[in-house]
Design a protein around this ligand. Structure first.
Ligand code: GLP
Length: 250
């Protein structure tokens, strides 16, 4: 794992966006795996501005998102489809048909999970996967559990995740209790992973993910086994991981 240390949130976003833009410029038809949440908002904003300025084009890029809430239509303001449209897709020159998220409204969820796995395989897998990190160590919506689940699957969200995400809803009661998420096979199968983290509130999760054992109790810890992970994080998020560990920056 490489650490790319940033001063603050803005710096972290710039460093992450630069890596994504550099890939898109050099491999214009790449497949990007994308995350939602507050963390990537500034990253998507920069990519949108660079695209508007003619510095990068997404016209040949395909995207696959990590996850989606169950039961929310893409027009629902809290759905991840809506988030992606507003934060990135409608601001750049990407082909709408090249943007993919799991369908959280599918009547047959088992088939939907299989379809999503097959879709990712048919695209040739993910070239670069942008991940965020949950306070409990989740990636996508892979919550802490007894096993790492390989394929796309439906999850029950932890109460802490529902609480954390309720800030974006009118009340915690409105947060869906279930979601569909990409599993660890596609996450670990991504050629490169960019894990973006910001803020002191995530410092413990970062430390548990990278200085503790690899365990499904801390889903992001599986990234210790990935050959090409870059942790792009600000100093606050890195504070517990890097104390006395200068070796990590080598
Ligand atoms: C959400 C998403 C994740 C995201 C994480 C962190 O629940 N499912 O993909 O990375 O939580 O979100 P935030 O960046 O808002 O802290």
């Amino acid at each position: 794992m490489r650490i790319c240390a940033a001063e603050n949130y803005e710096d972290m976003c710039r460093k992450a966006a630069e890596r994504i833009a550099a890939l898109v410029v050099t491999e214009p038809d790449c497949v990007l795996g994308l995350a939602t949440g507050s963390t990537p908002v500034g990253i998507y904003d920069l990519l949108s501005r660079w695209c508007a300025g003619g510095h990068v084009s997404f016209s040949r890029v395909s995207t696959v998102n990590l996850d989606e809430y169950l039961g929310l239509e893409g027009t629902h303001p809290q759905s991840y489809r809506y988030y992606m449209e507003h934060n990135l897709f409608r601001n750049v020159d990407i082909c709408p048909g090249h943007t993919h998220l799991p369908d959280g409204t599918a009547s047959d969820l088992a088939s939907e999970c299989l379809r999503y796995d097959e879709l990712i395989a048919s695209l040739g897998g993910i070239r670069l996967l942008l991940l965020g990190l949950g306070h409990n160590g989740h990636i996508g919506f892979n919550e802490p559990g007894d096993v790492f689940v390989p394929g796309t699957h439906v999850v029950e969200l932890e109460e802490s995740t529902v609480r954390a995400n309720s800030r974006l809803f009118d009340s915690a009661d409105e947060v869906p209790r279930r979601a569909v998420t990409m599993g660890m096979r596609d996450i670990m199968g991504a050629r490169s992973v960019l894990l973006a983290v910001s803020g002191a509130g995530k410092a413990e999760a970062v430390a548990r993910a990278f200085s503790g054992p690899v365990t499904p109790r801390v889903p992001a810890s599986i990234l210790q086994l990935h050959p090409d992970v870059t942790l792009v994080a600000d100093k606050a998020a890195l504070s517990l991981l890097t104390a006395g560990r200068e070796d990590l920056f080598k």
